[in-house]
Design a protein around this ligand. Structure first.
Ligand code: ATP
Length: 203
């Protein structure tokens, strides 16, 4: 499929879905089509490595070091069962993530489309800033199997991780398009092609 540069303002495509639903797989396909992808997980990882201002704020608030991956795992554990602390952390981190996304969006301003791959897109309300929201959907059993295989988890641990997020059924309520990823990779790619054809025709 060829993607022509026909718009001065890129169309923002939010891509989300549950853990191991296939967001990265879908993102990689967009990249193959030369559509830039902004990966929010990657941004968060870089912020923890490089953004001293954010790190200082978090360390001061939680009274602990977050320098190493092990430190941050401890922080993750601390906030996992504590909604207030999780909220507080999100309030500190999200503005930096959003600022970085805005910066990258400017860098890709010549592209007709920009994909924003964000696992918690719905949870943080980012759908408001997207022209289209795509939710990658897999049924629970497929999701568990793929998570078990990819991350070498046992079934119980896989289920715990799935339930730590908003369930896919909730996310799809906000979808403009649901990408059904229960089938083969080719079937997923075909749905992406179809979506892109659809929005090209809308222009
Ligand atoms: P996370 O939320 O953990 O980052 P993700 O949503 O990005 O996960 P992927 O890593 O893309 O999910 O996919 C999860 C696993 O399922 C990977 O091992 C991937 O190769 C595999 N997978 C994705 N789609 C398919 C498919 N259609 N058929 C078979 N395997 C698939």
């Amino acid at each position: 499929m060829s993607v022509q540069n026909v718009s001065t303002s890129p169309i923002i495509i939010g891509l989300t879905g549950g853990i191991a639903s296939g967001k990265t797989t879908a993102s990689n396909y967009f990249l193959q089509l030369n559509i830039p992808v902004i990966d929010s997980d990657h941004i968060v990882k870089e912020l923890w490595e490089n953004n001293q201002e954010m790190i200082d704020k978090v360390e001061a608030f939680f009274h602990l070091s977050v320098k190493t991956y092990e430190d941050r795992k401890k922080l993750g554990h601390m906030i996992f069962h504590n909604d207030q602390k999780r909220e507080a952390l999100n309030h500190m981190v999200h503005p930096y993530v959003f600022a970085k996304i805005e910066q990258l969006k400017k860098e890709y301003h010549n592209s007709p489309y920009i994909v924003i791959d964000m696992p918690l897109l719905i949870e943080v309300g980012y759908q408001e800033l997207c022209d289209y929201v795509l939710v990658v959907y897999v049924d629970l059993e497929t999701q568990i199997k793929r998570l078990v295989t990819r991350d070498a988890l046992d079934r119980t641990e896989a289920i715990t991780r799935i339930h730590a997020q908003l369930l896919l059924e909730e996310k799809i309520k906000h979808a403009d398009v649901i990408l059904n990823n229960n089938g083969s990779l080719d079937e997923l790619y075909q749905q992406i092609d179809e979506f892109l054809r659809g929005i090209q025709n809308e222009k």
